[in-house]
Ligand binder design. Structure first.
Ligand code: SF4
Ligand code: FE
Length: 486
């Protein structure tokens, strides 16, 4: 297994092309850029915690391929216990980072591709599963970080991929030869992409026969020829060019660091291609990936919310109203909401089942309901944190004012709450609340792992409304004739 240091050193060896605010960054300096450094620190926690005896049981596991000890982020779930441990691991890491550590997307993409390639081979006689196992072995042996690359830009949402005015709105195969394929297009909102080693490309939705060129799943290095990344902006990101107080969480940043990844005629050898034209399986792949990633959110956002609750409680203490009854009530409500999120992630893991490949899969209904809760309850949790934190979290002067030789004394004097608590500590906690409950963080809870409507479509399909009608009719003594109501 790699240490955090090995991980960071290995990133420097890449010849990755990253643009930030219109500027091409030297490839060996990408991970030192103030916009990216925090995300690297957060991802490196998935390495350092795996190497710590304290977290070893949660963060490491025996590979089902080799029997060797591996980082759980490269593992294929072999039991419901593995699924549960994944959720517990995510909550534990989030409590340390207070933000996204990005490695789950590739983890979920690998578990998905493992089981779907098995199903494809059974049905179609292809050999994708064996190819994928070789790639997985390479990832496990080198303890790599893989970016899961699903979301395409999608262009006009009312049109299918092959109907778009611009055919590149979805990643597609533009050439096949005896050595491999050439792909073109882009992937959007790519969490952790710029600090990963590899990317695993997947189709973004179920394809039809006309869209067969868009049914493509393959792996390639993030610095493969023809690949470039345009790093996305975040709320308050220019504060990263200043001191650390105003950032709130200066060490790990806020959310995952997303990029728009451009694939300009990128060659992928056949041994790294795991779907090429089998459009019938693209929908299954998307659904499985979505469920695995939705499983996570009560774990990762549960841990992030633990930090938000702690910050709100500290802000109340530092300001002198920590013992007020209404504050306790609000903190209790935040706890209740957080544990509700966590419970759904645990539940969908307990109810997991084995796929034909042997890999375990979550209960899809509960996973979707859990993620859908996140799109609402995080807003409630963060609203309460802002309520407790007070207007000061949005209006306070900057770190430069606090440290100013003339006016610093006024900031120190007038921003103090309880006399024994340094003003700087109160400002730091206020900034943490501001940044953890603001713009980019909230939008990520809404749209990360799919927008609310995507979850609604899945849980309404899975919930079996007709059966519920039958339960009611039976109890009420009503004999349902299916043709009665049109
Ligand atoms: Fe993992 Fe959560 Fe980040 Fe998704 S948002 S990659 S589940 S930490
Ligand atoms: Fe996410």
């Amino acid at each position: 297994m790699k240490t955090a240091r090995d991980y960071i050193d290995s990133l420097r060896e890449r010849k990755i092309k990253v643009y930030i605010k219109g500027e091409l960054i030297d490839s060996d300096k990408v991970i030192d850029h103030p916009f990216i450094k925090g995300h690297v620190n957060a991802a490196s926690m998935t390495y350092s915690m795996a190497n710590s005896p304290k977290y070893e049981d949660l963060m490491t596991v025996k590979s089902h391929l080799t029997g060797k000890k591996i980082n759980r982020f490269t593992h294929i779930h072999q039991s419901t216990e593995d699924l549960l441990n994944k959720v517990k691991m995510l909550r534990t890491i989030s409590q340390q980072t207070g933000t996204c550590y990005q490695r789950c997307v590739g983890f979920d993409a690998m578990n998905t591709t493992y089981s779907v390639t098995y199903d494809m081979d059974q049905k179609l006689g292809t050999d994708y599963h064996e190819r994928f196992k070789k790639f997985l072995l390479y990832v496990q042996e080198n303890d790599l970080m893989v970016a899961g690359a699903m979301t395409d830009p999608k262009g006009d949402r009312s049109l299918r991929p092959s109907q778009q005015a611009d055919p590149d709105m979805f990643v597609h195969v533009v050439e096949k030869n005896d050595k491999g394929i050439v792909i073109r297009g882009a992937k959007a909102h790519m969490t952790g992409m710029v600090n990963s080693h590899e990317m695993l490309i997947m189709p973004t939705m179920g394809m039809k026969e006309d869209d067969a060129d868009y049914a493509v799943c393959c792996a390639l290095p993030v610095d493969a020829p023809g690949v470039l990344h345009i790093f996305g902006r975040q709320t308050n990101d220019d504060r990263k060019m200043e001191g650390d107080i105003d950032q709130g969480n200066a060490k790990f940043g806020i959310v995952g660091g997303e990029s728009l990844t451009i694939l300009n005629d990128v060659f992928v050898p056949w041994e790294r291609v795991f779907m090429c034209g089998e459009y019938q399986f693209s929908g299954l792949l998307v659904e499985r990936f979505a469920c695995y990633h939705r499983q996570n959110y009560g774990g990762c956002k549960g841990g992030v919310s633990d930090v938000v609750i702690g910050a709100a409680a500290l802000m109340a203490d530092f300001s002198g109203y920590g013992k007020a009854g209404h504050i306790k009530e609000k903190l209790n409500e935040m706890i209740h909401l957080t544990e509700t999120l966590y419970a759904c992630s645990l539940a969908c893991s307990c109810q997991g089942t084995a796929t034909a490949s042997g890999a375990y899969f979550v209960d899809p209904l509960l996973a979707n309901v859990g993620k859908h809760n996140v799109t609402k309850l995080i807003y409630d949790i963060d609203r309460l944190a802002q309520d407790i934190g007070g207007g000061i979290i949005a209006t306070m002067p900057s770190e430069s004012d606090l440290k100013h030789p003339e006016i610093g004394q006024y900031v120190d004097k007038y921003l103090r709450g309880v006399a024994s608590v340094p003003t700087e500590d109160r400002m730091r906690i206020g900034r943490l609340i501001e940044n953890m409950t603001g713009g980019t963080a909230l939008v990520e809870s809404m749209h990360g792992a799919g927008s609310p409507q995507a979850q609604k479509v899945m849980y309404s399909k899975l919930a079996n409304l007709e059966q519920k009608k039958e339960f009611a009719a039976h109890l009420a003594g009503v004999h349902l004739n299916k043709n009665e109501v049109k």
